[in-house]
Design a binder for this molecule. Structure first.
Ligand code: PMP
Length: 434
């Protein structure tokens, strides 16, 4: 097979800069080597771009496409609703059905509110936590990402030499132009260390702890045995709301997300991405006692597009499929094969690697030996080498995120994974040091 080239995409993105700043509509889509791509269509595990390439896709739109691109059942469900109503500014039966499905699938979910994006869901969860506890302080952790608003966009990808001492990490705004006072009630800690967190919670003034229960945005790192349980217990004891940000893990790593897989139930959880396979749906779900504080209207939650009916229809179709017994088994099998295959391919080339996370969302950390326990364990990640690798891989028809995260869908079958591993070996042969 000839190498893929991307000259049309490169030219189109460059020219589009005349109307769209930088030619892209999210920072996560810029800086992609050799160029951000322009697509024409998506089919199962594949994306077709304007250069005529048919690429195996592991971006999966950064997570949503858990059933692959354009699954017929989801698309048809949305289409049926599009024909009869777009947006009501009122309720539809669909949103009640979708909420009932979330309650059925997610352990912490007694009540649900839908939102427009993961970022908005996080905003609502934090607002609820502050209102319910009457406290201001929220604790977040280095390397965990919870959206791009001023109040939480802190220390998501801080350069390792700027982290400061592990017992007193230095908080970094992650964007120019960020309103710094918006983060003043956000306290930063190093994840996966129970003692300092428990001591902090014991002061009794923390509204919420928010975390990715498995750190998927950095490294694919698991909580140490007992850590989540200890945090759960301390939050209960000291009246702190525990929030799991399941925007990536929700519905993707199992029907009930990370909380079900790890056996620890938070007070609130945020969802987006895989809940509706590409439609704009996000949600906060949690304990009735907390969520029903929204009932009297004193706590503001808005959003013109919340629970948009066609998106709700898509969410129901997606969750219907993901709640069937064995729905995640194929991803589990193929993802495991892929993780082990990637590990073996780098090992053969003498390149150290830590492949961490779940078969449905894992991260390839080049340059790391052993198992890191938090963001600080990723100090040796060789970003430049990994970027070279993903660029070479794209030339072989496989699109994987340069940050190291790989998303799988139910459409990534054995054939797709075998083709991917061939491409992985070919790409490594191009970039491995002699
Ligand atoms: N939380 C987590 C864990 C995420 O990974 C993301 C998105 N990558 C968000 C929140 C923000 O979601 P959105 O991009 O839909 O605003």
């Amino acid at each position: 097979m000839g190498k893929c080239t991307f000259t049309r995409s490169a030219e189109r993105v460059r020219a589009a800069g005349a109307t769209v700043s930088g030619g892209v509509n999210s920072n996560f889509r810029m800086g992609v080597a050799p160029t951000p791509l322009v697509f024409e269509r998506g089919e199962g595990a594949y994306l077709l771009d304007i250069d005529g390439n048919r690429l195996i896709d592991y971006y999966l739109a950064l997570g949503p496409m858990v059933l692959g691109h354009s699954p017929r059942d989801v698309v048809e469900a949305a289409k049926r609703q599009l024909d009869i109503g777009l947006l009501y500014g009122g309720q539809s039966e669909l949103e009640y059905l979708a909420a009932a499905k979330v309650v059925e699938m997610v352990p912490c979910a007694e009540r649900v509110r839908f939102a427009g994006s993961g970022t908005e869901a996080v905003q609502l969860a934090l607002r609820l936590a502050r209102a319910v506890t009457g406290r201001s302080t929220v604790i977040k952790f280095e390397g965990h990402y919870h959206g791009w608003v001023d109040s939480v966009l802190w220390s998501t990808s801080t350069p390792q030499d700027q982290l400061g001492p592990e017992d007193a990490p230095v908080k970094h705004a992650a964007s120019a132009g960020q309103d710094l006072p918006a983060g003043q009630n956000l306290e930063l800690m190093s994840w996966n260390r129970a003692e300092p967190l428990l001591a902090r919670l014991a002061k009794g003034d923390v509204a919420a702890v928010i975390m990715e229960a498995t750190m998927c945005n950095s490294g694919g790192i698991f909580a140490a045995p007992g850590y989540l349980e200890a945090v759960r217990e301390a939050c209960t004891r000291h009246g702190t709301i525990l929030i799991f940000d399941e925007v990536i893990t929700g519905f993707r790593i199992g029907p009930g997300g990370a909380q079900q897989r790890l056996g620890v139930t938070p007070d609130l959880a945020t969802f987006a991405k895989a809940i509706a396979n590409g439609f704009t749906v996000a949600a906060v779900a949690g304990r009735a006692e907390v969520m029903d504080r929204l009932v009297d209207g004193a706590i503001m939650h808005g959003g013109t597009y919340n629970a948009q009916p066609a998106a709700m229809a898509a969410a129901i179709a997606t969750m219907d499929r993901l709640s069937k017994p064995g729905a995640h088994d194929g991803m589990e099998r193929q993802g495991t094969k892929l993780m082990r295959g990637i590990e073996a391919a780098f090992a053969e080339a003498g390149m150290p690697v830590y492949v961490g996370g779940y078969p449905q969302i894992f991260t390839v950390n080049l340059g790391v030996t052993g198992k890191p326990s938090n963001y600080r364990g990723l100090a040796k990640v060789d970003k430049a080498a990994y970027r070279k690798f993903t660029t070479a891989l794209l030339g072989h028809g496989v699109r994987a995120l340069e940050r190291g995260a790989w998303f799988l869908s139910t459409e990534h079958d054995e054939k797709v994974v075998d083709r991917t591993l061939d491409a992985v070996r070919a790409a490594i042969a191009e970039v491995a040091p002699e």
